[in-house]
Design a protein around this ligand. Sequence first.
Ligand SMILES: Nc1ncnc2c1ncn2[C@@H]1O[C@H](COP(=O)(O)OP(=O)(O)O)[C@@H](O)[C@H]1O
Ligand SMILES: [Mg+2]
Length: 297
Amino acid sequence: MTTVHIEELTKKFGGKVALDGISLTVEEGEIFGFVGHNGAGKSTFIHTITGVLPKSSGKITMLGEENLDNVKDRMGVMPDTANLYEYMKGVKFLKFMGELKDDKRTKREYVSLMEAVGLGAEGDKKIKDYSFGMRKKISIAQALLGDPDLIILDEPTSGLDPESSIKIRQLVKQLQQEGKTVFLTSHNLDEIEKISDRVGILKEGRIEKLGTPEELKNEKQEKITLAIRTTPALEKEDVDQMKKEVVFLQKEGVYTWLEVDSERLVPDISKAIIDSGKQLYEITPKKESLEDIFINT
Ligand SMILES: Nc1ncnc2c1ncn2[C@@H]1O[C@H](COP(=O)(O)OP(=O)(O)O)[C@@H](O)[C@H]1O
Ligand SMILES: [Mg+2]
């Protein structure tokens, strides 16, 4: 089943186009990550698909419903700026919000939820004394109240220390195992590719690329360059005797640079070098990370 189905969504603020014709589907049980720089339109997208902001045009179908009011109680949202009750203690706040959402948790289970987001020891502290990271974590917990089928998290890990980010990623994976669909955003591609089944790269209100982390990498990785160091040095004639897919680029200092279509050729190349009697010291594929691809788009 398709959980999120967006067609040609646009959102304008006055004359400014924040979302410029976004089409996207997220299937049930999927973790979908939206990544983009600040101002790309991530939060506007979330506000629009959750009905916080009216769309300018396009079609939004969430959990099979075009009327979002019918499915609001099946969505849990962590917005970019959360409204927290500053004078409530952490666990109390969750319990209060949970009751509004008809959450059936016991007091003990609210404490477990605090622990799951990494706030185990902070439950008895008032929210006004929470740090930025703690606020973020309790906002994530709040999005899970009422057992929603679709969980939408706007930059859940930005500004968190690495250990906390890992914990949140584990939690998201666990939610997926429970059958939930998760839509999340980040301005950090390396972060999002670690948990997402599919990633959309958002740039100036448009989807630049869409696919699994592997697909996005492969798309730009038709060519891989290899820096090879051998003694004696690898010459063009040596390379010309290898498979025709292996292309000599240049010699530079102690390195010989080759270009190949796929890193699958690396074992063949190293074998050819060794069979030719040269000593192989180094063979380094220069692969683009998703971050490079993103920055270079
Ligand atoms: N309420 C608003 N009024 C006017 N412009 C807005 C408003 N909210 C967002 N924008 C603009 O829309 C664009 C996308 O912003 P936003 O969705 O917050 O990006 P992101 O969450 O990816 O950082 C930005 O240019 C931003 O300035
Ligand atoms: Mg944002």
